[in-house]
Design a binder for this molecule. Sequence first.
Ligand code: NAD
Ligand code: TYD
Length: 345
Amino acid sequence: MTLLVTGGAGFIGSNFVRYLLETSEDRIVNLDLLTYAGNLANLTGCDQDPRYRFVRGDIRDRETLRRAFAEHEIEAVVHFAAESHVDRSVEGPEVFVTTNVLGTEILLEEARAAGVERFLMVSTDEVYGSLGDEGLFTESSPLAPNSPYAASKASADLLCRAFYKTYGFPVLITRCSNNYGAYQFPEKLIPLMIANALEDKPLPVYGDGRNVRDWLYVRDHCSALDAVLRRGRPGEVYNIGGCNEMANLELVRLLVDHLGKSRDLITFVSDRPGHDRRYAIDATKIMSELDWAPSVTFEQGLGATVDWYLQHRSWWEEIRSGEYTAYYEQMYGQGGRHGKDGVNP
Ligand code: NAD
Ligand code: TYD
């Protein structure tokens, strides 16, 4: 099969490209705009494989998409490309709408026109909003997104549903919980905390640190996507999660201890506006219908992740030396949203 992977130079997309090259015979065309989050260094070695092609392009650009679909005779699409960071969506929602909503709509139209046989939309559990202390998100939980990021993903997710209902276009939708692993951009919780701890910088925990996330190792997300792509039923939604709930503060303490650093680095900072309290996934459907299960425990996955960041210091140091510095200052510096005098609406 020939696949178009969008956003394959980002965190999960690059892990997925590697996963497919290792486990399948598929040909892969990776279409990525290379925004701040896209990094060809995430794909080092893939270009040695004749089954892999990279196209720099924007999912909002019809001409580029038409050319890619025609030239490479694409049979299936796995759609990762997105603006993905909640904090950035709080600062500037517009690009989340143009990329995540409009971009997905244009991609759907062009994929349909090209006769694509399967279209996998990589959505997120954040479309469901926030849970209280009890309960889990199921595929039939109502959509109630709380951040501009989550609202843009929910819109894209619903457009995919509409393309299935209206045109019978064979869309599959996955909603996964928080991922962690190699190549995650160091603005997200786990790599940010590892990098800051290694540099003995403060570890900024939002609010009271008791927000709960349900963590899944990225390779296990990739195997779940692979299962849905090959064996999922068009028009269906599949939740993906690892039954791994943890409060942020507990997770940060675990990382600090693992790295042999002082817990005094942990610093409570102003909360994220609209901060979802708890995510937790019921993944019964994918586990029973598609026979999928995570392959590693949280301890194994986190250990492997910490090792990866220790062994790939130049990868994240390079990122943190560029425009990231301005981002970090804006978010965490004095007077920044999550700085000591940050805005706490
Ligand atoms: P990421 O930010 O690391 O990567 C996004 C990629 O998309 C980058 O390579 C970027 O260059 C590319 N991109 C952005 N705008 C583009 C455009 N207009 N055209 C083409 N390419 C563009 O994100 P990620 O964490 O790898 O997430 C990938 C997908 O998975 C996203 O759709 C996200 O919503 C979803 N998701 C992420 C998580 C998570 O924990 N990270 C969990 C569930 C779902
Ligand atoms: P994040 O990695 O941004 O993922 P998401 O918001 O999509 O769940 O954040 C994970 C959790 O960690 C979330 O509850 C916010 C919190 N967090 C901090 O406490 N400090 C930080 O510096 C960051 C980036 C996140």
